[in-house]
Write a protein that binds this ligand. Structure first.
Ligand code: CU
Length: 334
């Protein structure tokens, strides 16, 4: 006998399957993260981000271990509770055991099990924390200074430094009273864009020394897996090793004043070659990086050019856009 599934049925099934597959793909692509921002959050995200560094992956692992332990405890406890409620209900003739006061065996079990679980979680977590604070063998150091309300980045030993402030586009939108929309591509990074991004190489152990100039700030990029307080008069340390090129966004995580919400962080991780190219460009922009001979020539030119023949105090004028003047810095106005 011929199978009941005739050719018309097969076609209908195939077209329905195609529609379903298309719908699934469409929904997946709607949530897909852009390649440029491989670790960005997305709508309906349920779990924490895994991030792109050793530290963030360690945090993610510790979180997943704790999560699964909680799930198992939840299943056991609620399972036992519902089993007891149905199995020993009054309508089935269950009689409460009023003589039961304690059980030494049970008490030992419910003391030992949590102790074992806590030690089992604390041991790897401590090892991870120690690793997260180990800044030895780092290949480069970036000094981060928090100001009301911007960040200053200094590539130590490279003579490269600049400030990073909220992008003008975000500021304009904030003051236009428009409501940003997720569906509008241009609005996605509202309040998460800056004028100068922090460019770093991938697969490099980068040490950060973090401080502040006025009040306490905190430098936080979730995809890197840590946040570190920026405290005036104190240098805090952290390190990172980003393994995926891309853009990673963060924010100041310490309530630091009226524009606390408007000092985002943008880290751009690029290949080592690309980083060296970028660094060379930045060095070229800074006249202080010119060779001693060039600096001498600049000074002589300055003497000859000045009407009194007196060299100005600073022969090489620093680029004003590269020099933060926090005391004069105009906070982003409302
Ligand atoms: Cu701040």
């Amino acid at each position: 006998m011929k199978a009941g599934f005739n050719s018309t049925g097969a076609k209908a099934f195939a077209s329905r399957a195609a529609v379903a597959a298309f719908a699934l793909l469409a929904s997946l692509s709607a949530f897909a993260q852009s390649a440029a921002e491989p670790s960005s959050p997305h709508p309906w995200q349920l779990n924490m981000r895994e991030g792109v560094t050793h530290s963030s992956r360690m945090a993610y692992e510790a979180h997943m271990v704790a999560l699964w332990i909680c799930v198992i405890i939840g299943l056991v406890v609620f399972g036992a509770m519902f089993y007891a409620m149905f199995k020993f209900r009054k309508s089935k003739g269950a009689v409460p055991d009023t003589s039961f006061t304690h059980s030494t065996k049970l008490e030992i079990v419910w003391t030992l099990v949590p102790v074992i679980l806590l030690v089992g979680m604390a041991w790897p977590a401590t090892a991870k924390l120690i690793a997260m604070y180990d800044t030895r063998n780092s290949e480069m150091t970036i000094k981060v200074t928090g100001y009301q309300w911007m960040w200053k980045y200094e590539y130590l030993g490279e003579n490269v430094e600049f400030t990073s402030r909220l992008a003008k586009s975000s500021d304009a939108m904030r003051q236009s009273k428009q409501v940003p929309s997720w569906t509008n591509e241009a609005d996605r990074n509202y309040l998460l864009d800056v004028d100068n991004v922090l460019v770093v190489p991938v697969n490099t152990k980068i040490r950060f020394v973090i401080t502040a100039d006025d009040v306490i700030h905190a430098w936080w990029v979730p995809s890197l897996g840590w946040k570190q307080d920026a405290i005036p008069g104190i240098i805090n340390e952290a390190w990172t090793d980003i393994d995926t090129p891309g853009i990673y966004r963060g924010q100041c995580a310490e309530l630091c004043g009226k524009d606390h919400g408007f000092m985002p962080i943008v880290v751009k991780a690029v290949s080592k070659v690309e980083y060296q190219r970028w660094l060379a460009e930045q060095k070229a922009k800074n006249p202080a990086n010119a060779s001693p001979a060039a600096a001498q020539a600049t000074a002589v030119d300055a003497i000859q050019a000045s009407p009194q023949g007196i060299a100005p105090r600073q022969p090489a004028t620093p680029d004003p856009s590269n020099t933060p003047t926090p005391e004069k810095a105009e906070p982003v106005t409302h």
